[in-house]
Design a protein around this ligand. Structure first.
Ligand code: ZN
Ligand code: MN
Length: 497
């Protein structure tokens, strides 16, 4: 028996605003100083009144427009009632039946090598406030629980996808593309370790029957997945579990109520948490303290103009404009806007896009990874790399020497020394890496070596190409810094006379 996996993802992203969504408190991540970023509004004290942060709304519009959503000209706020210690008002301000945006899609590159994409529908994106954070058993006695409300009231954008995803791996790709878009737009830092991007997955199976029909299994929501790895692992587990459950019980969608499950990363298993609430359980009603929000065409135009280039468009431009492979374009663009811009400046500056791609995707990414640096922290800036690549292209130094200088520059830069293009010349001179261009000198040395090695010459003439290798070594020993390619070429010419 086979089945199709059906997954829809709900992603919550914290927006990069300085202050919270309905008050002026800071949104800084500050776990060491709990409950210092609070005020009567985000503590839910009686008589306090919320006021919407227009910046949070603009960042949300920016995101929704980039996700090809329709923007509602009129939107309002609703109270979603539930009781939890980290929710001081006893309700969350969210958007229920009139979200500010609807009906978009995200194009996801499912196979970066082939460059194939799939369109994942977006049902809606709405804005809401975050809750605080409950901390359990920090002392290790198993008896204490604490509440930190620093995060309460941080603006959250909830992005709900259509159930268009068909595997755990596809979900991971969708999240990677979404995170890249959000960071390109600058609307969120998407720092998963700090909880800036969290994900819930709704999953069930369509089990294929011999008569050609599909039977849907009950939908399960896996809550609060805080890393891409956990999204992938929990879905793989849940897909297997649901199929086994189906084989055991034969229960289909509608026969048991929706279930919420958590993910236990240590055990590598999902576990039952509670029956899933229906919307009616939350007793949504419009928040009487907040005015509805209207959006004008002029505002939308202004935001549309500020959007800049999306990652998918940049990949396409790199492939078409610089003739990069799908793979190189994906590697460069997927590292983020800053690395992509760095690459582009080097490609234009050195005049060889492929050479720039090789250096960025190999040498730079390897060093960044090994030394745990971002491209912004990388001490060899674009003008210096352009100058270094220029030395290779004008045959002033070999590629091997350039790699050696690259590592020297990096080491010096990390020691805090300023790295200017002129430093390359100093290193080339002090290390004797300059290629010798004096053809007359090289010619004389080659003639001398050929005279001294009649056997190697005879071997070469009788067809042993390898004999030339020994001669190159001898020439190089006398003319330090000669280009081995050039020496080989001149030797072969000489021997073939
Ligand atoms: Zn506050
Ligand atoms: Mn939500």
């Amino acid at each position: 028996m086979s089945y199709t996996v059906i997954v829809g993802l709900e992603v919550h992203v914290q927006l990069l605003t300085k202050s919270k969504i309905f008050c002026g408190c800071s949104t800084e991540f500050n776990p060491d100083h709990p409950n210092v970023q609070t005020c009567p509004v985000c503590l839910g004290l009686p008589g306090s009144l919320p006021v919407m942060n227009r910046r949070a709304f603009e960042l949300s519009l920016k995101t929704a427009m980039s996700l090809n959503c329709q923007i509602a000209p009129f939107t309002k706020w609703d109270r979603k009632q539930y009781y939890y210690p980290d929710l001081p008002k006893g309700y969350q301000i969210s958007q229920y039946d009139l979200p500010f945006s609807l009906d978009g899609f995200l194009e996801v590159e499912v196979d970066p090598t082939e460059g194939t994409t799939r369109r994942v529908g977006i049902i809606r994106a709405h804005l809401e406030e975050d809750a605080g954070k409950n901390l359990h058993d920090e002392t290790g006695h198993g008896t204490d629980s604490q509440v930190d409300l620093n995060r309460a009231g941080t603006p959250l954008l909830e992005i709900v996808s259509q159930p268009d995803l068909r595997s755990a791996a596809e979900c991971k790709r969708y999240l990677e593309e979404l995170r890249l878009l959000l960071t390109y737009l600058g609307v969120s830092d998407c720092n998963m370790a700090e909880g800036s991007l969290r994900c819930d997955a709704n999953v069930n199976l369509h089990v294929h029957q011999p008569d050609g029909q599909d039977i849907p299994t009950p939908i399960v929501e896996i809550k609060n997945l805080n890393s891409f790895r956990n999204v992938e692992l929990s879905l793989e587990y849940e897909i297997k579990r649901q199929f086994e459950e189906w084989q055991k019980t034969g229960k289909r969608l509608g026969e048991v109520s929706k279930e919420t499950r958590g993910w236990d990363a240590a055990r590598g298993a999902t576990f039952a948490q509670r029956g899933k609430e229906e919307a009616s359980d939350y007793r949504y009603f419009p928040d009487p303290d907040l005015v509805p929000v209207t959006v004008t065409e002029e505002e939308l135009d202004r935001i549309r103009e500020s959007l800049g280039e999306f990652p998918a468009d940049r990949r396409k431009r790199f492939k078409e404009g610089y003739l990069l492979s799908n793979y190189d374009a994906a590697v460069i663009v997927d590292q983020g806007a800053e690395l992509a811009s760095y690459y582009e400046e080097v490609a234009l500056g050195c005049g060889d896009a492929k050479q720039a791609a090789n250096w960025v995707t190999q040498d730079i990414l390897r060093e960044m990874k090994e030394r745990n640096l971002t491209i912004g922290q990388f001490p060899i800036r674009q003008p210096v790399l352009i100058a270094l690549l220029g030395k290779i292209n004008t045959k002033a130094i070999t590629i091997k020497s350039a790699r050696e200088i690259f590592v020297d520059l990096l080491t010096e830069g990390l020691e805090g020394k300023p790295i200017e293009p002129s430093r390359i010349d100093e290193l080339v001179a002090s290390k004797g890496l300059a290629l010798v261009f004096d053809v007359v000198e090289l010619d004389a040395v080659i003639a001398k070596i050929v005279d001294k090695n009649p056997k190697a010459v005879a071997d070469f003439k009788s067809g042993k190409q390898a004999a030339v290798g020994a001669l190159i070594g001898q020439v190089m020993k006398e003319v330090k810094g000669a280009d081995p390619q050039r020496v080989r070429q001149m030797l072969v010419e000489k021997l073939s006379q």
